[in-house]
Design a protein around this ligand. Structure first.
Ligand code: MN
Length: 263
């Protein structure tokens, strides 16, 4: 009776496993795994371009105009900016020159408008210095950070995440992107929102507590920013409710208007 060396058995087994792995690898190389179904990529039209802007993430900054910070119950001094995200497919693209139907969402009885400047990034990184931050901006758009305020407030009062108030279908209303090469960097200029012809929100981009450059810098401390990220830069004061039938008209100096009807 021969004694089989343990190392021989292990080595032989390892060789057999390696052979099997090589065969499997060859089979996989022939047919690479593919998604079991397709998922739509969210894109945003670009003014003057046939090609579109692919969206990676949507960041939003909260309470970035002093008067709005006060109306939401916080200190308008330069406490660090805070951020939240909306799902990428929450974007509702609104073309220039039309009044787009916007569905009143489920669960809320206090649906609010927040008109905002949106910055779209063509590149990113981590720990971006404010003086280099605008180099990453591809362009700007007019946006509405639509909010189920009652749900946001209820969750906030319970110290629970208020995602349900901010992150839902169609919650990121957005006009087309205007490339920096055509409109420059938007650091000042009137921003406003009217409902049925009556102005409700009216301010100036220069009144932001944290500039877009500073927002990018601060965001990049917390997240690695990448091309395709967009940033809702905060809303001025006088947010308020909308009801079905209301027509909202958003204006941002130098950009075409954006309009939706609540249906
Ligand atoms: Mn907002």
């Amino acid at each position: 009776m021969t004694t089989i060396d343990r190392r021989t058995v292990i080595a032989t087994g390892a060789l057999a496993l390696a052979g099997a792995a090589a065969q499997t690898g060859a089979a996989e190389a022939k047919a690479a795994p593919k998604p079991v179904f397709s998922v739509a990529m969210t894109t945003i039209p670009i003014v003057g371009e046939r090609d579109v802007f692919p969206v990676r993430r949507i960041y939003c900054i909260g309470r970035n105009y002093a008067a709005h910070a006060i109306e939401r119950g916080s200190d308008p001094t330069r406490e660090p900016p805070f951020f939240f995200q909306k799902p990428t497919d929450a974007i509702q693209n609104v073309p220039v020159g039309v009044v787009a139907d916007h569905p009143y969402p489920s669960l809320t009885k206090n649906y609010h408008h927040e008109v905002e400047l949106v910055a779209a990034l063509k590149s990113g990184g981590t720990d971006i210095a404010p003086e280099h931050a605008l180099d990453h901006v591809y362009g700007y758009a007019l946006g509405l950070d639509m909010t189920r305020r009652d749900l946001q407030n209820e969750m906030s009062a319970q110290k629970k995440p208020w995602e349900i108030g901010k992150s839902f279908d169609h919650a990121a209303v957005l006009g087309p992107i205007h490339p920096v090469s055509k409109v420059g960097h938007l650091t000042k200029g009137a921003i406003s929102l009217a409902i049925n012809g009556k102005v409700r929100q009216e301010s100036d981009l220069s009144k932001m507590i944290w500039s877009v450059a500073e927002q990018i810098s601060k965001l990049s401390e917390a997240f690695e920013l990448k091309a395709g990220d967009i940033i809702y830069s905060g809303t001025p004061e006088n947010v308020g409710p909308v009801v079905k039938g209301d027509v909202l008209l958003c204006k941002l100096e130098t950009l075409p208007d954006m309009s939706i009807r609540i249906v």
